[in-house]
Design a protein around this ligand. Structure first.
Ligand code: 13P
Length: 286
């Protein structure tokens, strides 16, 4: 069943859990994620990257994911990730996204607030009931291609300033807040060094659920601490891609030799993505 992203996240937090969100560039991966969520009996979030949503096929993917969410036996939300362009947001919402990360984190503070408020007002004017996530603090790394970023890169991109959180949340009017606490998109160079002290400081300053991006590479033993600090949504992309690409690399030749067996290869893709999603669901669930 398709569900509001904020409802899903708030109810998970009430049980001491967080909800994993997975970037889906294709329908095979999305089917695997929803299958894993159904097997676990837990909700999950399907993320669509803005570069995907900016194409006609990407908009059709969003419509297909919405249909997949509608038919699922567990709560599933479909979110447009990291969008700053109004046209991409408007098109994705028309195609079926029911939540958007309005990402003004690279803008000056006041411009970030103005972007979130502007998008919210424009969506309301269209009568669209869309859950908004905002982001405060910059995340190092690329969202779609994994190059290494280290703690220095994370610091340079800008940790979330806890002193700004109350004002930002009150004025931006988002339902969820993505934070930068040493997390990066893509691969971590060296060990991730998450600033749990900063996260704790943020968590006491707002009641809206927090979101941790860049979960790939953060050990499960660390991720389990997130929900206790009001982190109700945890975003995965790189590790899921890595697993699928490695599997395709290893198994392609055998399936070609087996009569160009695309069906067999897709079944293995499903197993790989399903087991990654199942592990993430298990880590974040209480
Ligand atoms: P990773 O690619 O580092 O897992 O980050 C995913 C993400 O934050 C998507 O928004």
């Amino acid at each position: 069943m398709r569900t509001r992203l904020d409802t899903l996240v708030v109810s998970a937090l009430q049980q001491g859990s967080a909800v994993p969100a997975f970037t889906c560039y294709d329908f095979t991966t999305a089917l695997a994620v929803v299958g894993a969520a159904e097997q676990a009996g837990r909700g999950a979030i399907l993320l669509v990257a803005p570069k995907t949503a900016a194409t006609p096929n990407g908009l059709r993917l969003i419509a297909a994911l919405r249909g997949l969410a509608d038919g699922a036996s567990v709560p599933i939300a479909v979110q447009l990730d990291h969008a700053a362009q109004w046209q991409v947001i408007a098109d994705a919402v028309s195609a079926g996204a029911d939540s958007v990360l309005v990402d003004g984190s690279s803008l000056p503070y006041e411009d970030n607030i103005a972007l979130v408020r502007g998008v919210r007002a424009a969506l309301e004017a269209q009568g669209a009931d869309v859950v908004i996530e905002a982001e405060l603090g910059g995340l190092a790394g690329d969202e779609d291609r994994a190059f290494g970023a280290d703690a220095a890169g994370a610091d340079a991109a800008g940790l979330t300033d806890p002193a700004q959180v109350e004002d930002f949340v009150a004025r931006a009017g988002a339902q969820l807040l993505a934070v930068a606490v040493g997390n990066v998109h893509g691969k971590y160079k060296g060990e991730p060094r998450l600033r749990w002290d900063v996260l704790q400081d943020i968590a006491v300053r707002t009641h809206i659920p927090l979101v941790l991006h860049g979960a790939s590479g953060i050990p499960a033993a660390e991720l389990v601490k997130a929900a206790a600090m009001n982190v109700g949504k945890v975003n995965f992309n790189t590790e899921l891609r890595t697993g699928v690409l490695a599997l395709l690399e290893q198994r392609l030749a055998a399936h070609r030799a087996d009569g160009e067996n695309l069906q067999g290869l897709l079944a293995e893709w499903d197993r790989e993505a399903r087991s990654f999603a199942a592990a993430a669901l298990g880590t974040l669930s209480r």
